[in-house]
Structure formats: C-alpha cells, structure tokens
Design a protein around this ligand. Structure first.
Ligand SMILES: CC(=O)SCCNC(=O)CCNC(=O)[C@H](O)C(C)(C)COP(=O)(O)OP(=O)(O)OC[C@H]1O[C@@H](n2cnc3c(N)ncnc32)[C@H](O)[C@@H]1OP(=O)(O)O
Ligand SMILES: CC(C)C(=O)C(=O)O
Ligand SMILES: [Mg+2]
Length: 560
C-alpha cells in the first residue's frame, strides 16, 4: 500500500493570541511601499537584468511613486555594484527617493556594500541572516546564540562603517530571514538586540523586516505572528515593522493585507509578483486593492498596460492574462449574463458617482484600460454583449427583441467556428442577416404622395427576378407599403434611429413583422441616407426574412 505522502509534512502550530486585534481592523491608509524588483525580483530571473534594463525599471518605479527601492545586492556581482555606482554618480536618484541595498551578515560582503554606497545622499543598508531551527542547524551549524551573534556582529560593523561616513544619511534594516519558521521569542530576541545596537529612536527608526521567506501557513497565521511582534517588540515606537511575503501557498496578497491590519507599517514586494519561486507579494494588486476600497495607495497605476509591457521587457516573463487588474482578460466578459449586467451597469453609471458596474471591481479607465476591450463574444455569450459591441463600435442600437433574435445568429456562427467573434465580425453578420436580405424582393425605387391625408406608395421592386410595380395606401408609408403587399403581414413594431453622428449620419430603421400561421415575429432592418427609404428597406428586409421561414405552400401565396 502507498504511504500517504502528506505524512512527510508538519502543520504549523497556531499561535496562542487570545486577544488578537487584527480581525476587527480595516486598512485606512497606505503602508510604506518598498519595491524589491531590482533585487529579489532580479535574482529570480533566467537572465538577470542588464544595466540598461535595471535603469529602465528603476526610472519606472520612481515614476510610479515608490520612495524606497531596493536596487541591488552589490556584493553579489560587479553588475549590481556598478548599477549602484551609476545611480549615485550620475544623479539618477530623486531627492525624495531612498535606495536600499541587501547584504548577508558577513564582514567582507558588508564592507563591499558600503563601498558601493559611497557618496549616497541617503541609503538603507539591509542585512539578513536566517534564524529558523533548520537554518541554524543545517546551514550555519550553530545554535540560537550563534545565529544571534551572526546578526549582532554585523549590526556593530554596520554601525561603525556608517559612523565613519557621516556624509550619508543611513537607515538600518534587519531581516530575520525565514522569520515565519522561527520561534517568535527568538525572533524578538534577535530583533531587539539589533535595535539596541543601532540605537533606534523615534527620530531615527530601524526597519525590522519580518519575511515570509517561504510561506508556511495560512494568512491569518502570518497576521498573528506580526501582531505578536508588534505587541512584544522592544522600542516599538522606534521601529518600522516591514513585511516581505512570498507566495508559496498563493496567499501572499492576503498575508500582506492581514499583516498591515496586525500592525505592519511597510510592505516589500515586486510588480506583478515577480521574485523567488512563486514570487514576492504583488505590489500592483495590493495597491489597487486599496484603491478599490477608497484608500489612495500613493502609487500611480493609471497606465497599467505600459507598466506591464515594461516589466515584461525587463524580466522577459509575461504578465498572465488573468493577472488581477493588469491581465489582458480581466476586463473582458465572455458569458452572456455577465455581458448583460455590465452593459446595464455602464448605461446607468455616472462619471463622478460611486463605481457600481457589476462584475468589474474597478473602472477600467482608472488603470488606462478602455471599455472596448471589455466585452468579447463567444459561444457562451448572450445578447447583452453583442448589442454592446454593435452600439459602442458602430452606433447601432437594436430594439430589445431584435437583440434576442440576432443573438441566435451570432450563436450559430460561434458554435460552428468554435471561435470568438469581434465587433467587426458581428457588424458583418448583422449586415449579412438584415441589410443584405434582398431576395426574393429586391427594392428598386419608390414614390410617395399624400392625398386627403392618405399616403399613396408606388413601389418598383424585382420579385423573383421580375420587375414589378406595386401600389398601396395607408396612414403612413409603412402602412401603405403593407397594403401594397396585400396586407399579408402585420408590422408588430417599428423603430427608427440615427446611425452615427453629424453630416455622415444615416438613418437605420427596424421593422418587426408577423404573419398568420407562422409563430413569432421576424425583424428586418434598413439603412439609408433617407429615413423613409430606410424604413421601406427595413420592411422589405423583414418580408424576405419572413419568407425564408415559410413552408412551401405558404410561400406560394405570400408574395403576389
Ligand atoms: C531570501 C533571499 O532572497 S536572500 C538573498 C539571496 N540573494 C543572493 O544570494 C544574491 C546572490 N548571491 C551571491 O552571489 C552569493 O551567494 C554571495 C556573493 C552573496 C555569497 O557567495 P559565497 O561566498 O560563495 O557563498 P554562498 O553563495 O555559497 O553562500 C553560502 C554561505 O553563506 C552563508 N550564509 C548564507 N546566508 C548568510 C547570511 N545571511 N549571513 C551570513 N552568512 C550566510 C552560509 O552559511 C554559507 O557559508 P559556508 O560556505 O561557510 O557554509
Ligand atoms: C532577504 C530577505 C528579506 C528575503 O528576501 C526573504 O526572506 O525572502
Ligand atoms: Mg525574499
């Protein structure tokens, strides 16, 4: 019998936090954002960014509004070292932006890191060492005291090197790497030792970054860990609690949000969730989630498409089509009931009112997307989306029952092709179905005159290829036309509209016909510069479409 493979794994042990506060909190302001696209994001690429791509990414991060950017692991490679030098020496760092660099807690690497920062106006030096039992035992082969000493030795060295370079405003950051797998009291012990050595004060805060280096539990578990640290850390008023969730369980966004509710002040992550393995937390989703709750994230994603394309170019990895807010398909509705609700929502949505369009958590315009990309039509689509595409693309507003009739023609097309059809394809089908319905009756010409309040029509048409003149009279042109055809059908409904606007506008007319012995109604449509001609064409289109539905016997008597 197969052994249950899950027996290889251990569940996390819930934290005893009887008075936890975070579940009752909401997020009312944006955290401090820190982009690590150029470090954690970059170290996880098949091909790390070259200098040109790194600079392009840096400039874009600045434009988006990041004030803290981890730009490199300068002791890891000459490319990273040179990049930091380029930023400093060539004045690429705006005054309100602080660069951050990462180093392991090792003397040679720390010294090299400070070399790279020579001449920086302000810089965050970020040092880390893993603190969890498996790292202590397996990687460092040491005990708690040994792991703590790695951190505190580095803290003293960093302080000394910083003091020797007073021309730079230094900010210190420590990460107990693998924090989520570390005993909380030990993580606190090491963190407190760091803030003690660095002499953290409310004026000169130290950043304690508590990473989910590997996501090991549910997001509420991370929130409990953060709240415990928030409550128990020494010198809390002199500490910025930062979180750095990875996405191994696919819940990094939730973990970051709950962590902020639990007391975190700052979030580190990457655009579109780049980063080691399953990635760092996605800063785009986090920021726009806040935005849709009425909280200004302080980051500008109003041109999400161009940001996505730049990130794709720099990382050589695609943004998934279903990625929240940014994917190609996230403002697209294929299914009929969704399209219907979206169309109705748009119709009543006022520009300045609260956003209430069904199925769309955000106004696509807010992220630089257009409504055109919203509704796509495939075999799952209903009339709402089809009507929306015709209306938004071609100014053609169909009567409601006609939308139902036409949607089955679209359905037949998408069923047979198995493919999506775009607005142009739907417009073409509309023309084939209605405007080109000109047999067996083909309109040639007409005259109308009014005598004693009665309209008289003389219609010249080709019927089954034979030129024929028909005459009729009635209360209006449509009535007179029906009379000319021997009143074999009734006009159930008639509507006319403008098609397009201005001098180029045409008239479009719709006529809904019914005849005895034939269930239901059939629509016809006509388009012409002249409204009356459009209405005559609509009736003739309806006659021809009705004729196609009749049995052989009914056909004989339907046309004169
Ligand atoms: C979770 C994260 O994302 S952490 C950031 C990871 N990013 C990177 O590592 C960037 C690229 N890294 C590198 O280029 C290299 O690892 C360097 C230059 C930093 C170091 O290279 P090397 O000196 O060859 O060491 P190596 O890469 O093999 O790392 C393993 C050594 O570092 C030690 N180490 C690992 N992390 C730490 C740490 N935070 N502090 C101190 N020592 C550490 C290990 O114990 C091991 O030491 P040992 O060789 O005595 O057993
Ligand atoms: C260096 C640290 C913060 C890190 O990237 C992690 O733990 O994931
Ligand atoms: Mg990381």
């Amino acid at each position: 019998m197969l052994k249950n493979p899950s027996s290889k794994y251990r569940p996390f042990t819930p934290i005893n936090l009887p008075n936890r506060q975070w579940p009752m909190r909401t997020i009312t302001r944006a955290p401090i954002w820190m982009s690590t696209d150029l470090r954690d994001g970059n170290q996880a690429l098949f091909e790390p960014m070259n200098a040109e791509r790194k600079l392009r990414m840096f400039k874009m991060l600045v434009e988006i509004g990041f004030k803290e950017i981890e730009v490199a692991f300068p002791s890891a490679s000459q490319t990273d070292f040179d990049f930091v030098r380029n930023l400093i020496e060539n004045g690429h760092i705006p005054d309100d932006v602080t660069i951050e660099v990462l180093t392991q807690a090792r003397e040679d690497l720390i010294r090299r890191t400070f070399e790279s920062l020579q001449g920086a106006r302000r810089a965050i030096v970020h040092v880390y060492n893993a603190t969890s039992p498996v790292f202590r035992e397996t990687v460092f082969r040491t005990d708690k005291a040994g792991a703590k000493k790695i951190a505190t030795d580095s803290a003293r060295l960093i302080k000394q090197l910083a003091d020797e370079r007073p021309e730079t405003e230094w900010v210190f950051q420590y990460s107990p790497e693998t924090f989520t797998a570390t005993e909380l009291d030990f993580a606190k012990d090491v963190c407190d030792a760091m803030t003690d050595i660095w002499q953290a004060t409310p004026e000169r805060k130290v950043i304690l970054n508590l990473p989910a280096t590997v996501e090991v539990g549910t997001p509420n578990y991370y929130a409990d860990q953060i709240e415990w640290m928030h409550t128990n850390l020494a010198r809390r008023d002199s500490v910025i609690i930062s979180v750095h969730p990875h996405n191994d369980r696919g819940t990094a966004v939730a973990a970051a949000e709950l962590a902020v509710m639990a007391g975190a002040d700052r979030i580190e992550g990457c655009l579109f969730g780049h980063g080691e393995r399953t990635g760092n937390v996605d800063l785009v989703t986090l920021a726009l989630n806040l935005y849709t709750q009425g909280v200004d994230p302080g980051l500008d994603f109003s041109q999400i498409n161009s940001i996505a394309r730049t990130v794709e170019d720099c990382t050589q990895l695609p943004v998934h089509a279903r990625h929240p807010y940014a994917g190609d398909l996230v403002f697209t509705a294929f299914s009929g009931s969704h399209q219907d609700a979206i169309k109705k929502g748009f119709a009543v949505q006022q520009p300045e009112a609260l956003w209430q369009v069904p199925y769309l958590p955000i106004d696509p315009h807010d992220v630089g997307r257009t409504y055109d990309s919203i509704i796509r039509v495939n075999s799952q689509s209903g009339k709402g989306g089809i009507a929306y595409l015709l209306e938004s693309g071609y100014g053609l507003a169909m009567p409601r029952r006609m939308q139902v009739e036409f949607s089955s023609a679209v359905q037949r097309l998408t069923d047979s092709s198995g493919q999506e059809v775009n607005a142009e394809g739907i417009w073409q089908l509309f023309n084939e179905e209605y405007i080109a319905a000109n047999a067996p009756v083909h309109y040639i010409d007409h005259t109308l005159d009014e005598r004693d309040g009665i309209q008289h029509i003389k219609l010249t048409a080709s019927i089954h290829g034979v030129e024929t003149v028909l005459q009729g009279k009635g209360n209006g042109p449509i009535d007179a036309l029906a009379h000319a055809f021997g009143s074999k059908f009734r006009i159930h409904d008639y509507e006319e509209r403008a098609l397009g606007a201005g001098a180029a506008a045409k008239a479009v007319a719709f006529a809904e016909l019914e005849t005895d012995g034939q269930p239901g109604t059939v629509y016809g449509a006509g388009i012409h510069d002249n409204l009356v001609t459009a209405s005559i064409l609509a009736v003739i289109s309806g006659i021809n479409r009705l004729y196609q539905r009749l049995g052989a016997e009914a056909k004989q008597s339907f046309l004169l």
